[in-house]
Design a protein around this ligand. Structure first.
Ligand SMILES: Nc1ncnc2c1ncn2[C@@H]1O[C@H](COP(=O)(O)OP(=O)(O)OP(=O)(O)O)[C@@H](O)[C@H]1O
Ligand SMILES: [Mg+2]
Length: 257
């Protein structure tokens, strides 16, 4: 783990050095330094996205998850975006495949590592496109194979997760979250990984993130995923003193159909 963080640090130095002001020819040398963190394919994709102007340089890694590394990145206009990179070599693509195979949008997908990870990334992008019509989520900006670029929620600094920034008015916040779950369901989507880890508290407004496990209500996994979301959300808000049960939440979400 320490080795990995160290490498991530090296990556930052190098990617930082690759900012727009750097001469292009330096990048070859730089590549070698952060090969430890990402495979060459991912590095090429990062460079392509950078060349297309989606961001200038990656900044700090804000999360290193089971399957992905999430960075903030600076754009030419001085804004910041989120870059989520699924690791091609060290992610559990068979687990991803299990979640994808019953999604009717990805019928016929083969369980090959890269194809699965690219489909996973594309699905998260598509889910966000659909979700943003009805609830607050990060705007999806672009995706390329295993890399997603998203709006950064929180202005200049990433907004904290509800887990770390408990709402000042738990009841009011919960009412919003429940409405959002209902709106998603009505729009034909279930989040599938909803909990205090994937809800941001953006100045007391809930924003749902991390839509990779999200699927359409026609998916045979949808009822099970909705159940899990209701369980996680009800447990968290009940702990904060809100009068909610799994049954009452599920009922409310389904009633909005
Ligand atoms: N658009 C965003 N704006 C602000 N912060 C974000 C945004 N997206 C992600 N984050 C931060 O990065 C963290 C990790 O992102 P996310 O939840 O999407 O991935 P993950 O849980 O690591 O996914 P996986 O387990 O699949 O690797 C979040 O908990 C949140 O703190
Ligand atoms: Mg998450």
């Amino acid at each position: 783990m320490f080795g990995f963080f160290f490498s991530a640090g090296a990556l930052l130095v190098v990617v930082g050095a690759l900012g727009a002001s750097m001469a292009r020819r330096k990048s070859k040398e730089a590549w070698k330094t952060y090969k430890n963190v990402f495979d060459e394919y991912t590095l090429r994709n990062l460079f392509k996205l950078q060349a297309q102007g989606h961001f200038e340089e990656l900044e700090s890694p804000i999360a290193i998850g089971k399957e992905s590394n999430v960075f903030t990145a600076r754009t030419a206009s001085g804004e910041r975006v989120i870059v989520k990179i699924y690791r091609l070599e060290t992610c559990d693509f068979l687990k991803m495949f299990q979640y994808l195979r019953s999604d009717p949008r990805f019928e016929g997908l083969r369980n090959q590592r890269r194809k699965t990870i690219f489909a996973w990334t594309k699905r998260e992008f598509r889910n966000l496109m659909r979700a943003r019509e009805v609830v607050r989520v990060p705007a999806p900006l672009v995706f390329r194979d295993n890399i997603l670029v998203l709006e950064l929620i929180g202005g200049s600094e990433p907004a904290p997760r509800v887990k770390d920034a408990r709402p000042l008015d738990p009841e009011g916040f919960f009412v919003e979250v429940a409405k959002m779950m209902g709106a998603l369901w009505r729009a034909g989507l279930v989040h599938g990984d909803l909990s205090e880890f994937n809800i941001l508290n953006d100045a007391e407004v809930p924003v749902f993130i991390d839509f990779s496990q999200s699927t359409v209500v026609q998916d045979s996994l949808a009822p099970e995923l909705l159940e899990r979301d209701c369980r996680n959300v009800a447990r968290f808000f009940a702990k904060l003193g809100v009068a909610v049960t799994v049954d009452s939440l599920r009922e409310q979400v389904l009633a909005s159909r």
